[in-house]
Every structure is written in C-alpha cells, then in structure tokens.
Write a protein that binds this ligand. Structure first.
Ligand code: PMP
Length: 296
C-alpha cells in the first residue's frame, strides 16, 4: 500500500528504491520515539501537482527538530524542492507526503548527532473516510504540555494517539476525542476538533494541542466566509448540545462528526458550517489561487 517495486524515496541525500532501502535496528528513534515528522498533501491542480502549504509544513518540521535537539541539515526551501522531485519521480499528483527525520545508533537518552532524512509519498484517501464519524471521549488524555512539546510533531507522541483510536474502535466508535489534563476537549488522535453552536464555531486554543495547519486554513476560510470562530476551553458536555462538529487535518481534510458518546448533533451535516468549510477547503487546496502554493 505504501510502496511497490517502482517506488522511489529520498533517503539521506540519495534517491533509492523503497524496497531496497534499509536502516539500523539500533536507531534511537526506533527504541525511544525521538524522531520528528510531517504529514503533507499534494493535490492535482490545473497547474500540475501542488503541495498545499509546503512552507508551513517544513517550517513546523524544523520547529519539531529544534525542540528535540535534532540537527536538520536541509532548509525548508530544499525540502520543498525535494518533495516536488519526489512526486515527479513517483508520478504522483494527489499524494500524501511523509517526511521523517530519524536518528542514528544511540541507546543513551541524549541527543544524537547522526540524523537521517527520509521523504516518501503514496496515494492516500481521506484518513478518516468521508462519512460522518461517531466519536467517543477517550479515557486517555493528551500529553501534558509539561511532559513534552505538544506543538512538535514527534513520533513518540503518537503512542497516545494509537491507544486512543484503538480504545474507541474497540468500543464500536469510529474515532476518539481526547481531553487535556484539565478535562477540556483538546483534539483527536490525529486531527483538530471544532464544534458549531448557533452559527459560531468553537475550537480549543493552542497550548494542549498540535497547531494544525488545516485548523489555521479553516480560520482563514471562515474569515473569508464571514463565519466567526472562537478559541476557548470547553467540556464534552458542551459538545453534546452542539449543532454540528468536524475534525481538521492534512490527512483527514475537513470531515464531519455525527455524535460524541452517542449524543447526536442537532443539524444534518449538509446544513452545518462544517460542510460549507469542507467544500471550501477542497476548493482551496485544488486551486493555485493560494499564495502558499508558490514554489519558493
Ligand atoms: N492534531 C494531531 C495530534 C495531529 O497528528 C494532526 C495531524 N498532523 C493534527 C492535529 C492536524 O494537523 P494538520 O492540520 O497540520 O495536519
């Protein structure tokens, strides 16, 4: 699914076949989760494949690397150019691009000088599908911001996400919704959360969540469409009474939510602000109108 015998990846300065690439079993990232990564999408547009908000994604990768004491030797500009080459070499247009910065052999709990950079890509449908999701409030909290850099996209943080999604699925739900350490709604395992009440959108403020690039895009689209978005702390009980809700994420895009803990929202998805924004999002990512599409 992720690669076949023709797939080419970028690994440490070279273009190599995915199936013949290898790495050390003593990588610090493999043992302790101290790597950083991104999830980026490219879209087929009238001007060819365009990577949506490439600059923002690679700047976040740099931020994550810096927080984890990882020396990422490629500039944002270089990573963008390499990503376009990756798409071209694999003949991909609508694709998910996965940059991963992982570390060399080091079993000590200290920074590692050996740094590996992987860029790979594959075709990926919407991560959570197209249908409206049934969510469950997770028994797992998002990591306390005093335990890590929550705004860094660190591989090890995703053990929390895997536990939450697995718990939700085992209980018959589609996905989890995680709270922060104070009992406020934070985000999904791999997406930011918004709910709608009386024509206003609400979402958690930064601090206990990943600063989603799609979340930011939704702010921009909402502004253009005259929709008010309020960042505030709220509880699952407030969400139970919502008119609608949705998740945002690069892999997920903008996907509707049907219910939380069995409490269905008031409006049909088609009648929500989320549905309007979901359409506006697809329109935005497939058009070159957006300045961040420009190659640097
Ligand atoms: N929160 C978490 C925990 C995520 O993993 C993601 C996906 N990167 C998001 C939110 C959404 O972020 P973005 O819109 O930048 O993809």
């Amino acid at each position: 699914m992720y690669y076949n015998d023709k797939t080419t990846i970028f690994l440490d300065g070279k273009w190599v076949k995915a199936e013949s690439a290898s790495t050390s079993l003593f990588s610090q990232t493999l043992h302790y989760g101290a790597g950083v990564f991104e999830g980026v999408r490219s879209y087929e547009t009238e001007d060819g494949a365009m990577i949506f908000k490439a600059k923002e994604h690679f700047e976040r990768l740099h931020y994550s690397a810096e927080k984890m004491h990882i020396n990422l030797a490629y500039s944002t500009e270089e990573l963008i150019v390499l990503s376009y080459e990756l798409l071209e070499r694999n003949d991909l247009q609508n694709a998910y691009i996965r940059p991963l910065v992982y570390l060399g052999e080091n079993m000590a709990l200290q920074p590692t000088n050996e740094v590996h950079v992987l860029l790979c890509a594959w075709s990926w449908d919407r991560y959570l599908g197209d249908k409206q999701l049934k969510l469950m409030t997770s028994s797992f909290e998002r990591p306390n911001p005093k335990s890590c850099f929550v705004e860094a996209k660190v591989t090890g943080h995703y053990t929390n996400s895997i536990l939450a999604t697995t718990e939700a699925k085992q209980n018959g739900f589609d996905e989890a919704l995680l709270l922060d350490m104070n009992g406020h709604v934070a985000e999904g395992p791999g997406a930011n959360f918004f709910y709608e009440k009386n024509d206003v959108l609400y979402t958690a403020p930064l601090g206990n969540i990943l600063a989603g690039i799609t979340r930011q895009t939704v702010f921009e689209l909402a502004d253009e469409l005259g929709i008010t978005v309020v960042e505030k702390y709220f509880t699952p009980t407030e969400v139970y009474a919502a008119d609608g809700a949705f998740f945002t994420g690069t892999a997920t895009e903008v996907v509707g939510i049907e219910s939380l803990d069995g409490n269905s929202f008031q409006l049909q998805w088609e009648d929500t602000l989320g549905a309007t924004l979901s359409k506006a999002y697809l329109n935005r990512v497939q058009k070159k109108e957006y300045k961040n599409f420009e190659l640097v």
